[in-house]
Write a protein that binds this ligand. Structure first.
Ligand code: FES
Ligand code: MG
Length: 591
């Protein structure tokens, strides 16, 4: 690495360009002012960025401030030079109106940084829900060598001898509060017990999902996704990640070499096996779009539906992040898929230069109740169903959280054509839902389906995580804790609700949901994959003309400039809610 005969790197256009000494001097002089020497900057060593997503505003990723020190040591040890810089922070639980709004903002910002500064490679510090897709999307667009480092999940939460999982405990605690079983203080204590350390959500929510999938895609070192944030192995893998990116630069191993169609197909299968979040199709479809890899929601059903749920983590199961790590994490899941011929592409390349099959084939699990075998899965056929009809062109249902009764009745028996039908109760966004859910005039009973609209990427800028709605308190007291929920918003990956969500096009884009009215009959046929209002085409045409005459589906005005900009150019959830003009820019560092 120090032979001096290496090919010139991208950064040499800034720091060592004899054809333009004026600009070279200008580029170099200011970086000298904190102690780097000119000899270092002109040594021909790779300049490696650490894209820092941690800050006080983003506690899930904050531990990256510590881990970056080990990354630096790894980079230097392997013969690189390190430039750490901030990425627009995204905290899932702190950002109003929603953290998703910022995924594309962080993406845009990071694209500009990776493209416009003298970086030869980058370590992407991933973790909290949207930070992972934002970083991978930017790496996809710019396409310089990149490796991801997860911050790792929090330790397991505990309360009165039981595991309490991030997010999942909130849904439970809310029901206990609504039923009068706990008071306000008890509620706060119960929820806080699920967050015992640095790190991200310890459940199989969107964070554990996306970090697992970043590894399944090949963008992290094998075995690294599941290591809990405070564990010593987390610092050790940070060091190894720093070492590895330097070699990746010399090998010119780029995101487009790793995140191929094969890698996405592997990730879809892994997502089913881990019981991954319904946010995964949105984010992976977006990453793929920025690479020019075709990927659509039909692929998720075709490739992923048949795969059993193997990982026993909340919300679909019992355990949490530490257990997942001790059970072997992603490699143990991949190995079990491989043993059963279910990993479509064991030959897909990963960041360490070996295939995912080579990395994982030998791995077994020490905790067979946490990562199950194919003989003893948590559920058979646990992937997503992609529904279509006059309600929407595409909406996702996560089958791994469906109750056994529901599954037996509507999904498992191919000879019984039963579909579920119900009366629609329609809410105009989360505020309307909270305001009216307990209104006796709605006469909500167990034969109702709850609809929420105006909550897609345009209607509620970025899309709200609100589709999983609780039934009215009166029903909960009678023991009915869930009703079918349908909407154009999203739902937290930590929710176990069997919702039909991410509907596209959304109501604000004049999709079918804009036309449904409270009282309409709705028919969902999971076997056929259809979702329809039992309303005549003539009546729907009349409602649509009415709505258009009133100026289209109403939504609240933007509160910030970014909300307005994003609304004007955002794709729907099935297309990854990418910024449409951005998709045309691919491989930008090399074109
Ligand atoms: Fe950040 Fe769940 S809120 S990972
Ligand atoms: Mg979330």
């Amino acid at each position: 690495m120090t032979d001096g005969k290496r090919r010139p790197l991208r950064s040499s256009a800034w720091f060592d360009n004899p054809a333009d000494p004026g600009m070279t001097a200008l580029y170099i002089e200011r970086y000298l002012n904190f102690g780097i020497t000119r000899a270092e900057l002109q040594s021909g060593k790779p300049i490696i960025g650490i894209a820092q997503t941690g800050s006080d505003l983003s506690p899930c990723n904050r531990h990256h401030l510590e881990l970056a020190k080990r990354v630096r040591e790894g980079i230097v040890a392997a013969g690189g030079i390190c430039f750490e810089f901030p990425v627009h922070p995204i905290q899932e639980t702190g950002k109003r109106p929603t953290a998703t709004l910022d995924r594309n903002l962080a993406y845009l910002g990071l694209v500009e940084l990776l493209y416009g500064y003298p970086l030869d490679g980058v370590v992407l510090t991933i973790g909290c829900d949207k930070t992972t897709p934002a970083c991978l999307m930017a790496a996809a667009t710019v396409n310089i060598p990149a490796i991801a480092l997860s911050v790792g999940p929090m330790l397991n939460g505990w309360h009165k001898g039981e595991r309490t999982g991030s997010g999942t405990i909130v849904w439970k605690a809310r029901q206990q509060l609504a039923a009068g079983e706990i008071d306000y203080d008890g509620f706060m204590d119960l929820v806080a017990s699920s967050a015992p350390s640095v790190g991200y959500c310890n459940t199989m929510g969107t964070a554990t999902t996306m970090n697992s999938l970043a590894e399944a895609l090949g963008m992290q070192l094998p075995g690294s996704a599941a290591i809990p944030a405070p564990y010593r192995e987390r610092g050790q893998i940070a060091y190894e990640t720093g070492r590895r990116i330097v070699d990746m630069v010399w090998e010119d191993l780029k995101p487009s070499d790793i995140m191929t169609r094969k890698a996405f197909e592997n990730a879809i299968v892994v997502n089913s096996a881990i019981g991954g979040s319904t946010n995964a199709p949105i984010h992976l479809n977006a990453i793929a779009a920025h690479l020019g890899v075709p990927l659509a929601n039909d692929d998720w059903q075709a490739i992923g539906y048949d795969v059993p749920l193997l990982v026993n983590l909340q919300p679909a199961g019992a355990y949490l992040g530490e257990d997942y790590h001790h059970a072997g994490g992603v490699p143990a899941v991949v190995a079990e898929l491989m043993r059963n011929g279910k990993l479509p592409h064991p030959d897909a390349l990963t960041a360490n230069g070996r295939s995912i099959g080579e990395n994982c084939a030998h791995v077994t699990t020490d905790l067979p109740d946490v990562i199950r075998s194919f003989d003893r899965p948590m559920k058979e056929k646990a992937g997503f169903i992609n529904l279509k009809g006059n309600l929407f062109d595409s909406a996702i249902m996560k089958t791994s959280v469906i109750s056994k009764e529901f599954r037996d009745r509507y999904l498992s028996n191919p000879d019984d054509p039963e579909a579920f039908e119900g009366r629609a109760i329609v809410f105009e966004g989360p505020e309307d839902y909270h305001h009216r859910i307990d209104d006796p005039a709605l006469e909500i009973d167990e034969h109702c389906m709850l609809f929420i609209r105006g909550t897609g990427p345009i209607g509620y800028p970025g899309g709200a995580e609100v589709v999983n709605m609780q039934p009215p308190a009166a029903l909960i007291k009678r023991g009915i804790t869930a009703l079918p929920c349908i909407g154009d918003g999203r739902q937290s990956g930590t929710s176990g609700s069997p919702s039909i969500l991410n509907a596209a096009p959304e109501a604000a884009a004049m999709g079918g949901l804009a036309l449904i009215q409270t009282g309409d009959r709705v028919r969902i046929d999971l076997r056929k994959g259809t979702a329809n209002m039992l309303v005549s085409d003539e009546e729907l045409a009349r409602r649509k003309a009415d709505l258009l005459a009133r100026g289209g589906f109403p939504y609240a005005p933007s509160q910030t400039p970014w909300q307005e900009i994003q609304r004007s150019m955002i794709a729907q959830f099935d297309a990854g809610m990418v910024l449409k003009p951005a998709v045309a820019y691919q491989d930008v560092a090399n074109s």
